[in-house]
Design a protein around this ligand. Structure first.
Ligand SMILES: [Zn+2]
Length: 63
């Protein structure tokens, strides 16, 4: 019973953390929001995060 309570508290804290910090770095562009060309002078937006470099966390809820 105590273990179950502990798990619930951990889950609750995680959900709370997702509410306070709803964004995480995009995994594909590593939070940069863009992919540089080999020359380094040009880049394109990351398609997964639309160039923002951030992703909404799964448990952050709707925007
Ligand atoms: Zn991205």
């Amino acid at each position: 019973m105590t273990a179950l309570l502990f798990v619930l508290v951990v889950i609750g804290l995680y959900l709370l953390a997702c509410r306070i910090w709803p964004y995480t770095a995009c995994g594909r562009c590593d939070g940069n929001g863009k992919f540089p060309s080999p020359s380094g002078k040009a880049w394109r937006d990351c398609g997964r995060c639309q160039g923002s470099g951030r992703r909404r966390r799964v448990f952050a809820g709707k925007a």
